[in-house]
Design a protein around this ligand. Structure first.
Ligand code: ATP
Length: 423
Protein backbone atom coordinates (compact mmCIF):
# COMPACT_ATOMS: atom_id res chain seq x y z
CA UNK A 1 0.00 0.00 0.00
CA UNK A 2 1.30 3.50 -0.81
CA UNK A 3 0.46 5.92 2.00
CA UNK A 4 -1.77 8.90 1.22
CA UNK A 5 0.24 11.80 -0.17
CA UNK A 6 -0.35 15.40 0.82
CA UNK A 7 -3.18 15.45 -1.76
CA UNK A 8 -4.89 12.67 0.21
CA UNK A 9 -4.80 10.41 -2.89
CA UNK A 10 -3.23 6.97 -2.72
CA UNK A 11 -2.94 3.90 -4.94
CA UNK A 12 -3.39 0.42 -3.52
CA UNK A 13 -2.72 -2.97 -5.02
CA UNK A 14 -4.95 -5.85 -3.97
CA UNK A 15 -3.64 -9.37 -4.51
CA UNK A 16 -6.05 -12.06 -5.80
CA UNK A 17 -8.35 -13.35 -3.02
CA UNK A 18 -7.69 -10.31 -0.79
CA UNK A 19 -10.07 -7.68 0.47
CA UNK A 20 -9.58 -4.10 1.55
CA UNK A 21 -11.68 -3.38 4.64
CA UNK A 22 -12.64 0.20 5.29
CA UNK A 23 -14.64 2.09 7.86
CA UNK A 24 -15.77 5.62 7.06
CA UNK A 25 -17.76 7.48 9.71
CA UNK A 26 -21.10 9.19 9.10
CA UNK A 27 -20.68 12.72 7.77
CA UNK A 28 -17.40 11.86 6.04
CA UNK A 29 -16.57 10.58 2.52
CA UNK A 30 -13.81 8.65 0.84
CA UNK A 31 -13.73 8.17 -2.95
CA UNK A 32 -12.73 4.91 -4.53
CA UNK A 33 -11.78 4.17 -8.14
CA UNK A 34 -10.82 0.93 -9.84
CA UNK A 35 -7.74 1.66 -11.96
CA UNK A 36 -6.94 -1.86 -13.14
CA UNK A 37 -8.16 -5.44 -12.77
CA UNK A 38 -11.48 -6.32 -11.18
CA UNK A 39 -13.00 -5.68 -7.75
CA UNK A 40 -16.38 -5.76 -6.05
CA UNK A 41 -18.05 -4.35 -2.95
CA UNK A 42 -20.25 -7.06 -1.39
CA UNK A 43 -20.85 -8.55 -4.84
CA UNK A 44 -21.41 -5.29 -6.74
CA UNK A 45 -18.68 -5.00 -9.38
CA UNK A 46 -16.78 -1.71 -9.60
CA UNK A 47 -16.62 -0.24 -13.11
CA UNK A 48 -13.20 0.85 -14.31
CA UNK A 49 -12.56 4.53 -13.50
CA UNK A 50 -15.96 4.97 -11.86
CA UNK A 51 -15.61 7.23 -8.79
CA UNK A 52 -17.59 5.73 -5.92
CA UNK A 53 -18.25 7.60 -2.65
CA UNK A 54 -18.08 5.65 0.59
CA UNK A 55 -19.55 7.48 3.59
CA UNK A 56 -21.03 6.29 6.88
CA UNK A 57 -20.24 2.72 5.82
CA UNK A 58 -18.08 -0.24 6.71
CA UNK A 59 -17.21 -2.05 3.50
CA UNK A 60 -14.86 -4.58 1.98
CA UNK A 61 -13.51 -4.25 -1.55
CA UNK A 62 -12.80 -7.81 -2.63
CA UNK A 63 -10.86 -8.92 -5.69
CA UNK A 64 -10.93 -12.45 -7.11
CA UNK A 65 -8.09 -11.80 -9.56
CA UNK A 66 -6.28 -8.79 -8.12
CA UNK A 67 -6.60 -5.08 -8.89
CA UNK A 68 -5.24 -1.58 -8.44
CA UNK A 69 -7.43 0.94 -6.62
CA UNK A 70 -7.21 4.67 -6.11
CA UNK A 71 -8.42 6.13 -2.86
CA UNK A 72 -9.12 9.81 -2.17
CA UNK A 73 -9.56 10.76 1.48
CA UNK A 74 -8.71 9.07 4.75
CA UNK A 75 -10.91 6.21 6.01
CA UNK A 76 -11.22 5.97 9.79
CA UNK A 77 -9.88 2.43 9.61
CA UNK A 78 -8.37 0.52 6.70
CA UNK A 79 -6.54 -2.79 6.33
CA UNK A 80 -6.32 -5.74 3.94
CA UNK A 81 -7.00 -9.39 4.65
CA UNK A 82 -6.88 -12.65 2.75
CA UNK A 83 -8.93 -14.52 5.33
CA UNK A 84 -12.39 -14.21 3.88
CA UNK A 85 -15.30 -16.62 3.44
CA UNK A 86 -15.82 -15.45 -0.17
CA UNK A 87 -15.03 -18.89 -1.72
CA UNK A 88 -17.65 -20.53 0.49
CA UNK A 89 -20.13 -17.77 -0.38
CA UNK A 90 -19.44 -18.32 -4.09
CA UNK A 91 -20.04 -22.06 -3.66
CA UNK A 92 -23.40 -21.29 -2.10
CA UNK A 93 -24.22 -19.04 -5.05
CA UNK A 94 -23.27 -21.80 -7.50
CA UNK A 95 -25.59 -24.23 -5.71
CA UNK A 96 -28.46 -21.71 -5.77
CA UNK A 97 -27.79 -20.96 -9.43
CA UNK A 98 -28.11 -24.65 -10.33
CA UNK A 99 -31.40 -24.83 -8.43
CA UNK A 100 -32.70 -21.75 -10.24
CA UNK A 101 -31.86 -23.29 -13.61
CA UNK A 102 -33.69 -26.50 -12.67
CA UNK A 103 -36.62 -24.42 -11.48
CA UNK A 104 -36.77 -22.55 -14.79
CA UNK A 105 -36.64 -25.81 -16.76
CA UNK A 106 -39.38 -27.42 -14.66
CA UNK A 107 -41.43 -24.19 -14.36
CA UNK A 108 -41.11 -24.41 -10.61
CA UNK A 109 -40.15 -22.08 -7.82
CA UNK A 110 -36.47 -21.24 -7.34
CA UNK A 111 -34.75 -21.57 -3.95
CA UNK A 112 -35.98 -19.52 -1.02
CA UNK A 113 -32.86 -18.94 1.05
CA UNK A 114 -33.05 -17.75 4.64
CA UNK A 115 -29.87 -16.31 6.16
CA UNK A 116 -29.87 -16.70 9.95
CA UNK A 117 -27.40 -16.21 12.79
CA UNK A 118 -26.71 -14.04 15.82
CA UNK A 119 -26.19 -10.29 15.60
CA UNK A 120 -23.11 -8.98 13.82
CA UNK A 121 -22.05 -12.03 11.86
CA UNK A 122 -22.60 -10.52 8.40
CA UNK A 123 -26.10 -11.78 7.58
CA UNK A 124 -27.16 -8.65 5.67
CA UNK A 125 -23.82 -8.63 3.89
CA UNK A 126 -24.19 -12.26 2.78
CA UNK A 127 -27.70 -11.44 1.51
CA UNK A 128 -26.27 -8.57 -0.55
CA UNK A 129 -23.52 -10.77 -1.98
CA UNK A 130 -25.96 -13.56 -2.95
CA UNK A 131 -28.44 -11.07 -4.44
CA UNK A 132 -25.71 -9.39 -6.48
CA UNK A 133 -24.29 -12.66 -7.76
CA UNK A 134 -27.81 -13.76 -8.74
CA UNK A 135 -28.47 -10.51 -10.60
CA UNK A 136 -25.10 -10.70 -12.34
CA UNK A 137 -26.08 -14.20 -13.51
CA UNK A 138 -29.28 -12.81 -15.06
CA UNK A 139 -31.82 -13.59 -12.31
CA UNK A 140 -34.36 -11.30 -10.59
CA UNK A 141 -34.34 -12.49 -6.98
CA UNK A 142 -36.68 -11.10 -4.38
CA UNK A 143 -35.10 -9.78 -1.21
CA UNK A 144 -37.17 -10.00 1.96
CA UNK A 145 -35.94 -8.37 5.14
CA UNK A 146 -37.47 -9.86 8.27
CA UNK A 147 -35.11 -7.88 10.54
CA UNK A 148 -37.34 -5.11 11.87
CA UNK A 149 -34.51 -3.69 13.99
CA UNK A 150 -32.69 -1.95 11.16
CA UNK A 151 -35.08 -1.77 8.20
CA UNK A 152 -32.75 -1.95 5.22
CA UNK A 153 -35.56 -1.54 2.65
CA UNK A 154 -37.49 1.39 4.13
CA UNK A 155 -37.49 2.34 7.81
CA UNK A 156 -36.97 0.36 11.04
CA UNK A 157 -40.05 -1.46 12.30
CA UNK A 158 -40.90 -2.98 8.91
CA UNK A 159 -41.08 -6.39 7.37
CA UNK A 160 -40.50 -5.71 3.69
CA UNK A 161 -39.60 -7.22 0.35
CA UNK A 162 -38.39 -5.88 -2.95
CA UNK A 163 -37.47 -7.36 -6.32
CA UNK A 164 -33.78 -6.89 -7.12
CA UNK A 165 -33.24 -6.35 -10.83
CA UNK A 166 -29.83 -4.64 -10.87
CA UNK A 167 -26.72 -4.92 -8.68
CA UNK A 168 -27.20 -3.09 -5.39
CA UNK A 169 -25.84 0.43 -5.71
CA UNK A 170 -22.78 0.86 -3.47
CA UNK A 171 -23.76 4.42 -2.53
CA UNK A 172 -27.57 4.23 -2.55
CA UNK A 173 -28.16 0.70 -1.28
CA UNK A 174 -31.17 -1.43 -2.12
CA UNK A 175 -33.76 -0.42 -4.73
CA UNK A 176 -36.80 1.19 -3.14
CA UNK A 177 -39.08 1.76 -6.16
CA UNK A 178 -41.58 -1.02 -5.53
CA UNK A 179 -41.17 -2.41 -2.03
CA UNK A 180 -43.88 -4.41 -0.35
CA UNK A 181 -43.96 -3.09 3.21
CA UNK A 182 -45.76 -4.04 6.43
CA UNK A 183 -45.32 -1.92 9.53
CA UNK A 184 -45.00 -3.50 12.98
CA UNK A 185 -44.30 -0.09 14.52
CA UNK A 186 -41.55 -1.42 16.77
CA UNK A 187 -37.90 -2.36 16.28
CA UNK A 188 -38.30 -5.54 18.36
CA UNK A 189 -40.72 -8.41 17.67
CA UNK A 190 -40.82 -9.18 21.40
CA UNK A 191 -43.14 -6.15 21.82
CA UNK A 192 -45.89 -7.93 19.89
CA UNK A 193 -44.88 -11.37 18.54
CA UNK A 194 -48.43 -12.09 17.35
CA UNK A 195 -48.31 -9.00 15.15
CA UNK A 196 -44.90 -10.01 13.80
CA UNK A 197 -46.23 -13.47 12.90
CA UNK A 198 -49.37 -12.01 11.36
CA UNK A 199 -47.41 -9.63 9.11
CA UNK A 200 -44.95 -12.37 8.07
CA UNK A 201 -47.99 -14.38 6.95
CA UNK A 202 -49.40 -11.42 5.00
CA UNK A 203 -46.07 -10.83 3.28
CA UNK A 204 -45.74 -14.54 2.42
CA UNK A 205 -49.20 -14.62 0.82
CA UNK A 206 -48.47 -11.63 -1.41
CA UNK A 207 -45.01 -12.91 -2.38
CA UNK A 208 -46.60 -16.24 -3.38
CA UNK A 209 -48.99 -14.40 -5.68
CA UNK A 210 -46.18 -12.33 -7.19
CA UNK A 211 -44.10 -15.45 -7.83
CA UNK A 212 -47.04 -17.17 -9.50
CA UNK A 213 -47.55 -14.30 -11.92
CA UNK A 214 -43.98 -14.04 -13.23
CA UNK A 215 -41.93 -17.11 -14.28
CA UNK A 216 -38.61 -15.22 -14.06
CA UNK A 217 -39.34 -13.99 -10.52
CA UNK A 218 -40.54 -17.48 -9.58
CA UNK A 219 -37.40 -19.27 -10.83
CA UNK A 220 -35.10 -16.64 -9.31
CA UNK A 221 -36.33 -17.41 -5.80
CA UNK A 222 -35.78 -15.32 -2.71
CA UNK A 223 -33.05 -14.28 -0.34
CA UNK A 224 -34.32 -13.51 3.15
CA UNK A 225 -32.51 -11.70 5.92
CA UNK A 226 -33.33 -12.44 9.56
CA UNK A 227 -32.99 -10.67 12.86
CA UNK A 228 -30.14 -11.65 15.17
CA UNK A 229 -32.46 -12.88 17.95
CA UNK A 230 -31.91 -16.63 17.86
CA UNK A 231 -32.95 -17.91 21.29
CA UNK A 232 -36.29 -18.59 22.97
CA UNK A 233 -39.05 -16.62 21.24
CA UNK A 234 -36.54 -15.36 18.64
CA UNK A 235 -35.82 -18.98 17.66
CA UNK A 236 -39.56 -19.77 17.46
CA UNK A 237 -40.07 -16.76 15.19
CA UNK A 238 -37.23 -17.93 12.92
CA UNK A 239 -38.93 -21.32 12.57
CA UNK A 240 -42.26 -19.60 11.90
CA UNK A 241 -40.65 -17.62 9.05
CA UNK A 242 -39.02 -20.74 7.59
CA UNK A 243 -42.39 -22.47 7.54
CA UNK A 244 -44.52 -19.52 6.43
CA UNK A 245 -42.23 -18.39 3.65
CA UNK A 246 -41.54 -21.99 2.64
CA UNK A 247 -37.78 -21.54 2.84
CA UNK A 248 -35.92 -24.51 1.40
CA UNK A 249 -32.35 -23.40 2.08
CA UNK A 250 -31.27 -22.13 5.49
CA UNK A 251 -27.79 -20.65 5.80
CA UNK A 252 -26.62 -20.46 9.40
CA UNK A 253 -23.80 -17.93 9.75
CA UNK A 254 -21.31 -17.96 12.60
CA UNK A 255 -23.14 -20.06 15.20
CA UNK A 256 -22.50 -23.79 15.68
CA UNK A 257 -25.17 -24.16 18.34
CA UNK A 258 -27.91 -22.62 16.20
CA UNK A 259 -26.79 -24.76 13.27
CA UNK A 260 -26.98 -27.95 15.27
CA UNK A 261 -30.34 -27.02 16.83
CA UNK A 262 -31.97 -25.98 13.55
CA UNK A 263 -30.53 -28.74 11.38
CA UNK A 264 -31.52 -31.38 13.94
CA UNK A 265 -35.05 -30.08 14.27
CA UNK A 266 -35.63 -29.47 10.56
CA UNK A 267 -34.20 -32.90 9.64
CA UNK A 268 -37.04 -34.41 11.65
CA UNK A 269 -39.87 -32.02 10.73
CA UNK A 270 -38.93 -30.91 7.19
CA UNK A 271 -36.14 -33.10 5.76
CA UNK A 272 -36.26 -31.44 2.32
CA UNK A 273 -34.90 -28.18 3.76
CA UNK A 274 -31.15 -27.86 3.23
CA UNK A 275 -29.42 -26.40 6.29
CA UNK A 276 -25.84 -25.25 5.75
CA UNK A 277 -23.36 -23.57 8.06
CA UNK A 278 -21.07 -20.75 7.07
CA UNK A 279 -18.31 -18.92 8.92
CA UNK A 280 -18.52 -15.33 10.05
CA UNK A 281 -16.17 -13.03 8.13
CA UNK A 282 -13.44 -11.52 10.32
CA UNK A 283 -14.26 -8.17 8.66
CA UNK A 284 -17.75 -7.86 10.10
CA UNK A 285 -17.94 -4.93 12.45
CA UNK A 286 -19.62 -5.39 15.82
CA UNK A 287 -22.10 -2.63 16.65
CA UNK A 288 -22.97 -1.48 20.14
CA UNK A 289 -26.54 -0.86 21.27
CA UNK A 290 -25.93 2.89 20.90
CA UNK A 291 -24.59 2.46 17.36
CA UNK A 292 -27.65 0.42 16.40
CA UNK A 293 -29.88 3.15 17.75
CA UNK A 294 -27.91 5.77 15.82
CA UNK A 295 -28.16 3.58 12.69
CA UNK A 296 -31.95 3.49 13.08
CA UNK A 297 -32.06 7.28 13.15
CA UNK A 298 -29.84 7.43 10.05
CA UNK A 299 -32.22 5.02 8.24
CA UNK A 300 -35.18 7.28 9.02
CA UNK A 301 -33.25 10.36 7.87
CA UNK A 302 -32.24 8.59 4.67
CA UNK A 303 -35.86 7.62 4.01
CA UNK A 304 -36.88 11.29 3.96
CA UNK A 305 -33.73 13.08 2.78
CA UNK A 306 -31.94 10.41 0.70
CA UNK A 307 -28.41 9.05 1.24
CA UNK A 308 -26.86 12.15 -0.22
CA UNK A 309 -29.51 14.59 0.94
CA UNK A 310 -30.78 14.58 -2.64
CA UNK A 311 -34.48 14.41 -1.68
CA UNK A 312 -36.65 17.34 -0.60
CA UNK A 313 -39.22 16.19 1.92
CA UNK A 314 -42.15 18.51 2.65
CA UNK A 315 -43.25 19.68 6.06
CA UNK A 316 -47.04 19.97 6.19
CA UNK A 317 -49.74 20.62 8.74
CA UNK A 318 -53.04 18.75 9.01
CA UNK A 319 -56.01 18.88 11.33
CA UNK A 320 -55.86 15.84 13.56
CA UNK A 321 -59.59 15.26 13.17
CA UNK A 322 -59.10 14.82 9.40
CA UNK A 323 -56.79 11.86 10.00
CA UNK A 324 -57.71 8.40 11.24
CA UNK A 325 -54.75 7.19 13.26
CA UNK A 326 -54.77 3.70 14.79
CA UNK A 327 -52.33 1.75 16.87
CA UNK A 328 -52.08 -2.01 17.38
CA UNK A 329 -52.35 -4.09 20.52
CA UNK A 330 -53.39 -3.46 24.06
CA UNK A 331 -57.03 -4.02 23.22
CA UNK A 332 -59.39 -4.36 26.15
CA UNK A 333 -59.79 -7.80 27.67
CA UNK A 334 -62.98 -9.59 26.79
CA UNK A 335 -65.24 -9.85 29.86
CA UNK A 336 -64.97 -13.37 31.31
CA UNK A 337 -68.77 -13.67 31.11
CA UNK A 338 -68.41 -13.54 27.32
CA UNK A 339 -65.91 -16.42 27.20
CA UNK A 340 -66.54 -20.17 27.13
CA UNK A 341 -66.34 -21.82 30.57
CA UNK A 342 -62.72 -22.42 31.57
CA UNK A 343 -61.22 -20.01 29.01
CA UNK A 344 -59.09 -17.15 30.31
CA UNK A 345 -59.39 -13.65 29.01
CA UNK A 346 -56.36 -12.20 27.23
CA UNK A 347 -55.83 -8.90 25.47
CA UNK A 348 -56.10 -9.23 21.69
CA UNK A 349 -52.61 -8.41 20.39
CA UNK A 350 -54.02 -7.49 16.97
CA UNK A 351 -56.71 -5.21 18.30
CA UNK A 352 -56.71 -1.81 16.62
CA UNK A 353 -57.36 1.20 18.79
CA UNK A 354 -58.02 4.68 17.44
CA UNK A 355 -55.54 7.27 18.75
CA UNK A 356 -57.43 10.17 20.29
CA UNK A 357 -54.56 12.11 21.83
CA UNK A 358 -52.27 13.50 19.09
CA UNK A 359 -49.62 14.38 21.69
CA UNK A 360 -48.57 10.73 21.94
CA UNK A 361 -47.64 10.74 18.23
CA UNK A 362 -44.92 13.38 18.59
CA UNK A 363 -41.57 12.19 17.07
CA UNK A 364 -43.07 8.92 15.82
CA UNK A 365 -43.41 7.47 12.35
CA UNK A 366 -46.90 6.91 10.98
CA UNK A 367 -47.41 4.45 8.16
CA UNK A 368 -49.76 5.67 5.44
CA UNK A 369 -51.90 2.66 4.65
CA UNK A 370 -53.19 1.29 1.36
CA UNK A 371 -56.10 -0.24 3.32
CA UNK A 372 -59.55 0.91 2.17
CA UNK A 373 -60.96 0.76 5.72
CA UNK A 374 -59.58 0.60 9.28
CA UNK A 375 -60.45 -3.09 9.76
CA UNK A 376 -57.97 -3.95 6.99
CA UNK A 377 -55.06 -1.93 8.39
CA UNK A 378 -53.12 -5.06 9.33
CA UNK A 379 -53.94 -6.97 6.17
CA UNK A 380 -52.79 -4.49 3.57
CA UNK A 381 -49.29 -3.19 2.94
CA UNK A 382 -48.33 0.43 3.52
CA UNK A 383 -47.68 3.15 0.93
CA UNK A 384 -45.02 5.04 2.88
CA UNK A 385 -44.33 6.97 6.07
CA UNK A 386 -44.69 10.38 7.62
CA UNK A 387 -42.83 11.68 10.66
CA UNK A 388 -44.64 13.76 13.29
CA UNK A 389 -42.52 16.88 13.92
CA UNK A 390 -44.90 18.91 16.02
CA UNK A 391 -48.29 18.73 17.68
CA UNK A 392 -50.38 21.78 18.51
CA UNK A 393 -52.95 20.51 20.96
CA UNK A 394 -54.70 23.89 21.22
CA UNK A 395 -55.24 24.16 17.48
CA UNK A 396 -55.77 20.40 17.08
CA UNK A 397 -53.11 20.12 14.35
CA UNK A 398 -50.06 18.00 13.69
CA UNK A 399 -47.10 19.01 11.59
CA UNK A 400 -45.43 16.18 9.74
CA UNK A 401 -42.60 15.49 7.34
CA UNK A 402 -43.63 13.59 4.20
CA UNK A 403 -41.38 12.35 1.37
CA UNK A 404 -43.10 14.79 -1.00
CA UNK A 405 -45.49 17.74 -0.94
CA UNK A 406 -49.20 17.36 -1.61
CA UNK A 407 -52.06 15.48 0.00
CA UNK A 408 -51.41 12.11 1.61
CA UNK A 409 -52.51 9.12 -0.50
CA UNK A 410 -54.77 8.13 2.40
CA UNK A 411 -55.88 9.58 5.73
CA UNK A 412 -55.76 6.11 7.30
CA UNK A 413 -52.57 5.87 9.35
CA UNK A 414 -50.90 3.26 11.55
CA UNK A 415 -48.92 4.63 14.49
CA UNK A 416 -45.52 3.31 15.50
CA UNK A 417 -44.49 2.87 19.11
CA UNK A 418 -40.90 4.12 19.01
CA UNK A 419 -39.64 7.68 18.92
CA UNK A 420 -36.94 9.03 16.62
CA UNK A 421 -35.53 12.48 17.19
CA UNK A 422 -34.69 14.02 13.82
CA UNK A 423 -32.75 17.31 13.99
P1 ATP B 1 -27.32 -7.52 12.42
O1 ATP B 1 -27.04 -8.20 13.68
O2 ATP B 1 -27.54 -6.05 12.60
O3 ATP B 1 -28.40 -8.14 11.62
P2 ATP B 1 -25.54 -8.63 10.46
O4 ATP B 1 -25.25 -9.97 10.99
O5 ATP B 1 -26.56 -8.54 9.37
O6 ATP B 1 -25.93 -7.62 11.60
P3 ATP B 1 -23.95 -7.04 8.74
O7 ATP B 1 -24.91 -5.89 8.81
O8 ATP B 1 -23.90 -7.81 7.49
O9 ATP B 1 -24.17 -8.01 9.97
O10 ATP B 1 -22.46 -6.55 9.06
C1 ATP B 1 -22.18 -5.65 10.13
C2 ATP B 1 -21.30 -4.52 9.60
O11 ATP B 1 -20.05 -5.06 9.18
C3 ATP B 1 -21.89 -3.80 8.40
O12 ATP B 1 -21.63 -2.43 8.54
C4 ATP B 1 -21.12 -4.37 7.21
O13 ATP B 1 -21.06 -3.46 6.14
C5 ATP B 1 -19.77 -4.64 7.84
N1 ATP B 1 -19.03 -5.71 7.15
C6 ATP B 1 -19.50 -6.93 6.83
N2 ATP B 1 -18.54 -7.68 6.23
C7 ATP B 1 -17.43 -6.88 6.20
C8 ATP B 1 -16.10 -7.06 5.71
N3 ATP B 1 -15.70 -8.20 5.17
N4 ATP B 1 -15.24 -6.03 5.85
C9 ATP B 1 -15.62 -4.86 6.41
N5 ATP B 1 -16.85 -4.63 6.90
C10 ATP B 1 -17.74 -5.63 6.80
Amino acid sequence: MNGAGSSGVQELKLEPGHELRMEVDWGKQVHLQLLEGEAEVFGTALDLRERVAIGGQKVAVYSWRGCTLQLEGEPDLMYTSDETPMSQYLNIHDGLDARRQDARKDRKEGPRTFVVGPTDVGKSTLCKILLNYAVRAGWTPTFADMDIGQGSITVPGCIAATPVEAPIDIEDGLPTDAPLVYYTGTPSPSDNPALYRHLVERLAAVLDLRAQSDPQVRASGMILNSMGWIVELGYELLKHTIETLKCDVVLVVGDERLYSQLSGELKRSAPSIQVLKLPRSGGVVVRSRELRQAARKVRVEEYFYGNRKELSPASQTARFEDLQVYRVGGGPRAPSSALPIGATSVADPLKLTRVTNPQELLYTLLAVSHAPQPELLLSVNVAGFIYVQDVDAAKGTITYLAPCAGPLPSSLLLAGAFKTYLD
